[in-house]
Design a protein around this ligand. Structure first.
Ligand code: ZN
Length: 262
């Protein structure tokens, strides 16, 4: 399901980021109150009409369209990111490991899966984790597709995730397989979702064994703070076990846990 080909992606994302000239256009959005019953999208563009009576105007900080890697937790923090869920088998287990270690993470969700498991989305939010838009179809070639397709993939998933969560919006956008485009980054940023990259691919998706996942993360940690794991797309028991080992180890090494910068 995922496409992970190592450093090449990172280089490509950096190259894409360097090409950015646009600044995030969004300066304000309309935010609906959680639990609104309209069923519509909880947020509209800056040009949207004034909010309906049941909605509440809320200023949301503009975000940059440059792909984020840094942590808001400072120089010795890491960002745990969990992709491709939610999944009824694996997401609860990942949540349990995070809870046991007092760690907050960022969950990059697939829109229709969020729609199918709103209980899990709400558990993620209730535990203090953050949401990230990981599109509708997880198309790792979406950087080769039309702008209309990219828009549909990003904005439909944003709406599905926000509805499932009860009105809590995704704060990030992570392209499947890192298939960002300047267009998709700018679009996501204009909707308040910071494009999100990664520095350390745990390679958990390939199921190399728990020890190998742990070793990969320890070895690659010098690359940067944002670490990629998965809670769906197959048997993720190795991921759960690796997190159970890695989170205490990271603490022992003096790391703290943050969220990706916005
Ligand atoms: Zn993915």
């Amino acid at each position: 399901m995922a496409r992970h080909s190592g450093r090449g992606w990172y280089g490509r994302m950096v190259a894409a980021a360097v090409g950015v000239t646009a600044v995030a256009a969004a300066t304000s959005v309309w935010t609906a109150q959680a639990g609104q019953s309209s069923g519509g999208t909880a947020r509209h563009g800056a040009a949207a009409q004034p909010a309906a009576p049941q909605q509440q105007k809320e200023k949301v900080a503009a975000v940059s369209p440059v792909i984020a890697h840094a942590s808001d937790g400072g120089a010795h923090a890491v960002n745990i990111t969990i992709d491709d869920g939610p999944d009824p088998v694996w997401t609860p287990q990942v949540l349990q490991v995070l809870r046991d270690n007092g760690v907050k993470a960022t969950f990059c969700m697939i829109g229709p899966q969020a729609q199918s498991h709103p209980d899990l989305v709400r558990q993620v939010v209730a535990a203090g984790h953050r949401l990230c838009d990981h599109t509708v179809s997880h198309d790792t070639t979406m950087d080769k597709k039309s702008e209309a397709y990219q828009s549909q993939q990003i904005l439909d998933a944003e709406r599905q995730i926000t509805q499932a969560s009860g009105g809590v919006q995704p704060l990030y956008y992570r392209a499947p397989g890192g298939a960002f485009t300047p267009y998709s980054r700018t679009l996501a940023a204009s909707h308040g979702m910071r494009p999100l990259g990664w520095n350390v691919d745990s390679k958990d998706f390939e199921r190399p064994g728990t020890d190998a996942i742990v070793a990969t993360v320890k070895r690659e940690l010098a690359n940067g703070p944002t670490i990629l794991f998965h809670d769906a797309g197959g048997d993720r028991s190795q991921t759960v076990a690796a997190l159970r080992s890695l989170l205490p180890w990271l603490k022992q090494q003096g790391y703290t846990f943050g969220f990706p910068v916005r």
